[in-house]
Write a protein that binds this ligand. Structure first.
Ligand code: FAD
Length: 402
């Protein structure tokens, strides 16, 4: 008799009790599969709990493939089309979880994000699924009719293995590279993982300058050759943050510049010209204070990016236009990012080339699935990453809207 003969054989063993893993497990359980979810953490779905400032920005009603970064921009299309933001909203509505749109299509819970975790766990229980927390994975092996997984709770066997253990962001919350290790073990290629949706850091003068106005925020356009985002920017003790910066960080590579339009969304030249006509004896800095936070204006003067003493009367139109042009393409060179410690997501990950876009199943190893953040599909800030977690999980479970 083999040592494993009496093991329960699951239809699906899910590694990772996060958004994707729990959503998959409930859907697969509802379809009659015998499912078990394991997680090395003591509590499930910790990222759901802390997300969106505790209210979980669980989806974005503007979700489209263009809101995701991947080596293959077409990969996410099928799953996103088959499980839409409204399909998730419908689940919340049926559960009585109320929500609101905050801005830019971002949907948040009215109450705490724990309501979503409770929904995920209740669905799992109702579908007969098991959840084993504080269970770590020692090894994974392919066997004749499935997978054998050695865990801290003993050996487990399953016909399908669904890897939903996320990316590398925020190791303090339990993030590990297990998904990448399993992918490599079975011959999958990786797109090098990198921190994304992460603040920029600076060194030297720029660091000193930006930290001197830490807490100052203004609306900007942050852009590079790949993308452009109109949202707020925040000066911090380490450099730059705020939604526009987090967004562009996902498109940034080490050593590159980032261009910031500090005068985004307004006709600054016209406003300054009108100011000059109305207040010719006032200082240029006073005029700029009608466009930008005054501490930022002082910093720009200190950096030599605005003339300190000029009166508006002394500023020719061409000189005003030149200043506006400079501040519309204010260029900064981050020395790096805050890295995995604060990155909201991991860009890169398991190469989609060897995954089915319909089911998330490996093309190399039948029965092996990768879902959620571990896959090379990374959403913008604003609920897109959870939408990918739900949609990729639904695709793997073979279910769309229901
Ligand atoms: C601070 C913060 C705020 C965020 N806010 C939002 C937001 O408002 N909206 C949005 O769309 N996205 C948000 N995100 C991103 C979002 O949380 C993730 O994209 C999403 O949780 C990914 O889901 P997942 O299930 O793939 O992975 P995760 O949620 O990371 O789940 C992975 C699970 O696997 C477990 N695990 C990891 N390694 C192992 C191992 N070796 N063995 C066993 N188990 C393991 C982990 O403990 C975890 O429970 C936020 C992220 C952070 C960090």
């Amino acid at each position: 008799m083999s040592a494993t003969e009496n093991l329960p054989i699951f239809d699906a063993l899910v590694i990772g009790a996060g958004a994707a893993g729990l959503f998959y497990a409930a859907r697969a359980g509802e379809r009659g599969l015998r499912v078990c979810v394991i997680d090395h953490a003591a509590k499930p779905a910790e990222k759901v709990r802390i997300s969106g400032g505790g209210r979980c920005n669980f989806t974005n009603i503007h979700t489209a493939p263009e809101n995701f970064i991947s080596e293959n921009p077409h990969f996410a299309k099928s799953a996103l089309a088959r499980f839409t933001p409204w399909d998730f909203v419908d689940r919340l509505d049926r559960r009585g979880i109320t929500w609101h749109e905050k801005t830019l299509g971002q949907l948040f819970c009215d109450g705490r994000s724990a309501a979503i975790i409770d929904m995920l766990l209740d669905d799992l229980r109702a579908a007969g699924g098991e959840l084993r927390l504080s269970t770590s994975v020692a090894s994974v092996e392919k066997v004749a009719d499935g997978f054998r997984v050695e865990t801290s709770g003993g050996l487990m066997e399953s016909r399908r293995l669904v890897v939903a253990s996320g990316g590398l962001s925020i190791p303090k919350m339990g993030a590990t590279g297990l998904a990448y290790d399993i992918a490599r073990q079975f011959g999958h290629a990786l797109i090098p993982p990198r921190p994304a949706l992460v603040p920029f850091t600076f060194e030297g003068r720029a660091k000193e300058d930006f930290s001197s106005i830490s807490g100052v925020a203004c609306p900007v356009t942050a852009l590079n050759a790949r993308a452009s985002f109109d949202e707020a920017m925040l000066f911090t003790h380490r450099g730059l943050s705020g939604p526009s910066i987090l967004q562009i960080s996902s498109y940034w590579r080490e050593g590159e510049d980032v261009t910031i339009n500090l005068l985004a969304g307004r006709d600054a030249a016209a406003e300054l010209t009108a100011f000059k006509a109305a207040h010719p004896m006032k200082a240029l800095t006073t005029a700029f204070e009608s466009l930008l936070p005054s501490r930022l204006v002082s910093l720009l003067v200190a950096r030599g990016e605005l003339p300190p003493v000029a009166r508006m009367a002394d500023m020719a139109h061409a000189a005003i236009d030149a200043l506006v042009a400079d501040l519309s393409r204010w260029t900064v060179k981050p020395s790096g990012t805050e890295g995995w410690r604060t990155a909201e997501v991991t860009a890169g990950g398991i190469d989609t080339a060897e995954l089915s876009s319909k089911t998330m199943e490996s093309r190399l190893v039948p029965g092996l699935y990768f879902i959620g953040e571990c896959v090379d599909v990374t959403g913008w800030l604003g609920g897109y990453n959870f939408q990918w977690a739900w949609a990729s999980a639904a695709a793997a479970a073979g279910t769309g809207a229901d």
